[in-house]
Design a protein around this ligand. Structure first.
Ligand code: DP6
Length: 334
């Protein structure tokens, strides 16, 4: 067995999906039923340090709260982190215990999928701490296996596609375009800070029980093509229309699965309608998308972002906003 005693620190962005991952072919391997496309969020970062401790007999995981104070992870949260560490340990052929320390630069109650940033940063840092030489695709596959599938899209930089060919080898994320390709902005309109009541994992597992699931899949290749082209041609209308349609389709699946889940609150609908009204009445080109929660991500070009943000802040439903540009890859720091 190799003896290690060093540490590695990695930073990764959360990401917002324009075409959603919703439903799995294989829960064990986290293989999705469809490909998905996202943008890394440069304002929503997780920093994680993995320190190898040759003398220690146990692993430990520490998570920083918004105020900076650290708490020791327990139960399921601890197990998920250590399962991923164990996967990388086995690959590297090492046995050292580790101490993991992680913190977000955005409020954990903002309803942003922090697990994507967290598992991307964890996998990047652990691979370096265990001296694994992995290319981007292999890092992305390993990140996917953490169970937080969308995290594999936080490994490459900028605008990213997670391919799906139904196999482990073919299920990884790669860059469509670098962050500097397009000044696209994602403004998160925070409607509620309550933790989501139904985890994405449950949503994935029941997605196929919706009678509309085949309809969602029928249209997905066209929406993927539109989003891909929209990004490459910097065409906000093409990107926005396809991503609104895809988010709507994902939520229809959630609302009509067994059991059904309604992620929206009245404020969610208020923002969706306002965004559509601004487009029709004022030709303000912004589009909404929504993950498995009530908060709304509003996508627009940087030139329109101040106007869109000011209007969002005037809505009673919006508590505050977080503005993101396209972010970098999961990378080692320090
Ligand atoms: C709605 O299983 O990747 O965000 O691990 O809970 O973050 P968490 O989610 P995951 O499902 C993501 C679902 C989604 C759509 C998407 O990001 O593609």
């Amino acid at each position: 067995m190799k003896q290690l005693s060093h540490a590695a620190t990695a930073v990764a962005c959360a990401n917002i999906a324009f075409i959603k991952y919703w439903g799995q072919r294989d829960a064990h391997l986290t293989l999705p039923t469809n490909g998905s496309i996202s943008m890394n969020l440069d304002g929503c970062l997780t920093e994680t340090t993995v320190q190898c401790l040759p003398e220690a007999v146990e692993d430990s995981v520490w998570l920083a709260l918004s105020g900076g104070e650290e708490v020791q992870a327990k139960g399921r949260q601890f197990e998920r982190v250590i399962q991923q560490i164990e996967r990388l340990r086995q690959l590297a052929g090492v046995s050292e215990r580790v101490e993991v320390r992680s913190r977000n630069n955005f409020p954990s109650d903002a309803g942003i999928a922090s697990s994507a940033a967290a598992f991307a940063a964890l996998t990047r840092a652990a691979a370096a701490a265990f001296r694994l030489e992995l290319d981007e695709a292999e890092l992305s596959r390993l990140t996917r296996l953490s169970g937080s599938g969308s995290a594999c899209r936080s490994i490459p930089a900028g605008f990213v596609e997670w391919f799906d060919d139904g196999t482990h080898a073919g299920s990884y994320a790669a860059q469509i375009a670098p962050p500097e390709h397009w000044n696209l902005v994602d403004i998160v309109a925070v409607i509620s800070t309550e933790a989501k009541h139904v985890a994405s994992t449950s949503g994935h597992s029941v997605a196929t029980t919706s009678p509309y699931f085949p309809v969602r899949l029928e249209g997905i290749e066209q929406r993927l093509a539109d989003v891909r082209q929209g990004i490459l041609e910097r065409d906000i209308q093409r990107l926005g229309q396809a991503s609104e349609a895809d988010a709507m389709s994902m939520h229809v699946i959630a609302m009509t699965a067994h059991p059904a889940t309604m992620y929206w609150l009245p404020g969610t609908l208020a923002v969706m309608q306002a965004v559509q009204r601004w487009r029709v009445q004022d030709n303000l080109q912004s589009y909404w998308t929504i993950d498995a929660g009530p908060n709304v991500h509003v996508i627009c070009e940087a030139k329109d972002a101040p106007e869109v943000e000011a209007r969002l802040c005037e809505l009673d439903a919006v508590q505050w906003t977080i503005v993101n540009g396209a972010g970098p890859e999961a990378r080692l720091v320090g």
